[in-house]
Design a binder for this molecule. Structure first.
Ligand code: NAD
Ligand code: MG
Length: 394
């Protein structure tokens, strides 16, 4: 029986994780659930999975959840705030931690889980984008098993030899082929992108996801964040990571070897596959995902990415080259930009523009500690908010 903490339990990845747990009550026991403000969902999940601890974002939400649970005789402890998230991530009863909070808010608890050697199921890619070096050091020092949940990185992990940590070149790897659907606007003329609404941006052709990552997919910032994620997870030089636009999202990514072989992982676009893989590795368990019907798929298409149209993708390669806190600055600017776009305060094309402006104005500094990363994150957020208020992008 494995104890599992789900950070971001009420989100898209969190709910898919609980669906996999539901299918394997003999293997997994939920020990902690966290959410930001979704009371209904969290209370229902607490009643079903009976964790020891539930964590929410603020005091009044905690009071509400506590009251609702006590009313039906539930003994779940309810806490709130960042320190409580860290407690959930480092609970002695937790063998593994699903990191499925969206954005920078997931960094501290996920890093804490890595420091104490929990098995990390990593969906929250922003952790590696912000603090890749620090996080990978923590993983190496504690020996925490790190399993990628992001479908592309999970596919790459499956296509690599088990001892890839001795070096990709040493294993005969030539390239990582990181596939991208291209999002809902792959073929929209640039001019047509001016008046894109949040609803259009969130309507992904293949995947149902949270709103932030959906917008990131539409700008291809998501693929950029994933290039940075791959750089750290697999210790891959940026030039070894090739983005391949593949609109069907059937090949989840591939690895190209020196002997001419390309090993890919295929499947229906359903996050329960990589989640179940990460949970059960090195075994395999049923995920509730139907078999891939290649006859129905029929054809697989591939295109080179358009770096002019998708400026955010280019920015990601730029910050990898700059290094230091540049990726954290880009991530923070992008989180502010996406939130502003979703709130109707920034046009769609303003996202890339804002990201680029913030990057241009703030110097990248050495990321020696979590404090350095958080300082860069804070500085980039304030500048981004200031620029939006000044309506430089409206
Ligand atoms: P989501 O918006 O559906 O869920 C986010 C979760 O985080 C919710 O439980 C929410 O309550 C919690 N949360 C939000 N803000 C918080 C804060 N400030 N403090 C604490 N908790 C907070 O997002 P999602 O689509 O499930 O994505 C989660 C992560 O997984 C993201 O980093 C995303 O990039 C990554 N990911 C998602 C998918 C997908 O298919 N959804 C695929 C690959 C990777
Ligand atoms: Mg992905």
């Amino acid at each position: 029986m494995q104890g599992l903490t789900v950070l971001g339990a009420t989100g898209s990845i969190g709910q898919s994780t609980l669906d996999v747990v539901r299918r394997h009550p003999d293997r997994y026991r939920v020990v902690a659930l966290t959410a930001h403000r979704q009371v209904e969902r969290l209370v229902a999940d607490c009643l079903e999975f009976k964790p020891l601890l539930a964590v929410v974002g603020d005091e009044s939400t905690a009071a509400e959840v506590r009251q609702r649970l006590q009313a039906v005789g539930s003994a779940v402890e309810v806490l709130w705030g960042e320190a409580a998230l860290v407690s959930a991530a480092t609970l002695p009863e937790a063998d593994m931690v699903m990191a499925a909070i969206v954005g920078a808010a997931g960094l501290a608890p996920t890093l804490a889980a890595a420091q104490v050697g929990k098995r990390i199921l990593l969906a929250n890619k922003e952790v590696l984008v912000m603090a890749g070096e620090l996080f990978m050091q923590a993983v190496q020092q504690s020996g925490a098993p790190l399993l990628p949940v992001d479908s592309e990185h999970n596919a790459i992990f499956q296509a690599l030899p088990e001892d890839f940590s001795r070096g990709l070149r040493a294993c005969g790897v030539e390239k990582i082929l990181l596939t991208a659907s291209g999002g809902p606007f792959r073929e929209t003329p640039l001019d047509g992108l001016r008046h894109v609404t949040p609803e259009q941006a969130c309507a992904h052709p293949n995947w149902v996801m949270g709103r932030k990552i959906s917008v990131d997919s539409a700008t291809m910032m998501n693929k950029g964040l994933e290039v940075i994620e791959a750089r750290w997870l697999f210790d891959a030089a940026p030039e070894m990571i090739q983005v391949v636009v593949h609109p069907q999202s059937v090949i989840h990514s591939a690895v190209q070897y020196v002997d001419g072989s390309v090993i890919a992982q295929l499947g229906n676009p359903d996050m329960r596959t990589p989640i179940a893989y990460a949970m059960a590795w090195p075994e395999r368990i049923a995920a509730g995902v139907g078999p891939l019907d290649l006859f129905k798929v029929g054809r697989l298409d591939f295109f080179a990415p358009d770096f002019e149209r998708f400026r955010c993708l280019r920015l990601a390669y730029d910050v990898l080259r700059t290094g230091a806190t540049a990726p954290a600055i880009l991530n923070a600017a992008n989180e502010v930009a996406v939130a502003a776009f979703l709130d109707g305060e920034l046009p769609f094309l303003g996202i890339a523009e804002l990201n680029e402006t913030v990057l241009g104005r703030l110097p990248a500094r050495h990321e020696g500690s979590l404090g350095d990363v958080l300082a860069a994150d804070g500085e980039a957020r304030s500048l981004a908010r200031q620029l939006i208020q000044e309506r430089e992008f409206a």
